[in-house]
Write a protein that binds this ligand. Sequence first.
Ligand SMILES: N[C@@H](CCC(=O)N[C@@H](CS)C(=O)NCC(=O)O)C(=O)O
Length: 367
Amino acid sequence: MQQKLKVIGGQESYFAGKLEAYLRAKGIPYHNVPFTMEELQVAATHTGFFQIPQVECPDGSWLIDTTLIIDYLDRLHPAPKTSPTDPAANFIALLLEDYADEWLWRPAMHYRWSFDNGAELLSSWLAEHSPETDVSLADKKAGWIERQKGVFVDGDGVTVETRAAVESSYHHARTSLEAIFEKRDFILGDRPTQADFGFMGPMFRHFFCDPDPARMMRDTAPGVQEWVARMWNMKPQRFSSAAQIESIPDDLSDLLEPVGSVYLPYLLANQRAVLVEQEQLSYKALGVNWSEPTKPYRLWCLDRLRKSYQALDGAARAQVADALGTPCAENILLEPPTGHCDHLLGTLPYAVTDDERAARDSWGRQA
Ligand SMILES: N[C@@H](CCC(=O)N[C@@H](CS)C(=O)NCC(=O)O)C(=O)O
C-alpha cells in the first residue's frame, strides 16, 4: 500500500484546500495535519518558506508550493490525466490556476477578515487550534484578526477606494463560472484540470465555507456551489474514462477577460517594482488606484508562465492569444523571462539532506 503524504495544512487553508482537491481527485493518500507554529518553523528550514501547505513525503523529502507540487505529483501519477492533452488548452489551464491562486487571494482574505461573521468564526477556529497555552483564547483571537486583516487586507491594498473592485473579482468569478457549469462539469471540459484545482483555492475554503461569501454563492451561483462539492468528492474512477481536453473551449472569453486585461498587466507592474527593489507597488486596475507590497514570488509566477507560453509552437500561441483577446496580454507573455526570482524555488522534491534554507514569507520576501 502507498504510504501517506503528510500535508501540514489545516481545515481553513486556501492552498491546502486546493492541494487536497488534487490529491483526492488523483487518489493519492495523504493526511492533513493542522499546522503549529513550531512545525512550520521546522518545515521552513527544509523548504525555505514559512507558509502552508508544506508536504513531508514518506521518505523524508519535502514538497512546497501547490503549483509545483501538482506538477511534480502529476509526473509520478500520470493517470487519470488532470491536464489538457492539447498544449494551448494546457497553457490556459495553468494561466487560470495562477490567476485563481494569486488575484483571487485578496478578495478571499477580504471576505473572510473584513466581515464580522467571518472574522469571528475564523479567529475562534484558529485560536482554538493554536496550541500555545500561555496566551488566553481572547488574546489569540484578537491576535489572529489583527495579523490576517493587517497583512492580507488593509496591508494588501484593500481601501475605501478599492473595496468595490476587490469584491467585483469574486462577483466576476462566480458569475462567469456559473455560466460555464450550466454547460459542463469542469472549467475546460469533462474532467478536472489545473484550472479547477486553482479555483478550488478561493472557492472552497473561503467563498464556499465563510459565512458572507457562502451566502452569495448559494443565492447567485448554485452551479458553482455544486462544482465545489463535486470537486471535493472527486475520485479517479469518476473521471478516468471522461473525454480528454483537446482544445480551448470557445466560451471562455468572460472568465479570461480580467486575466488578460488586469492580472497580467499587474504582474508586469509587480515585475518592474521587484527589479528596482521597491517595497511598495502602485498601479491602476479595474478603474481604481492600488498600492500594495511588491511580491517577488509573483515575478517567479510570471516568468514560469512566460517559459510555458514561449515553449508552445506558433499555432498554439496563436490559439492562446486569440482566447486572451488582448494583444497586451500576449506581449507580456512574449517578454523574455527575467530569471530574477528563479532562486526562490528549486526542483521538487527537496532532498532530506539539503542544507538549511533561509525562510521567506509566502510572497517570497525575506521573513
Ligand atoms: N504559492 C503557495 C502559497 C501558499 C500560501 O500563501 N499559503 C497561505 C495560507 S493558505 C499562507 O501560508 N500564507 C502565509 C501567512 O499566512 O503568513 C502555494 O501555492 O502553496
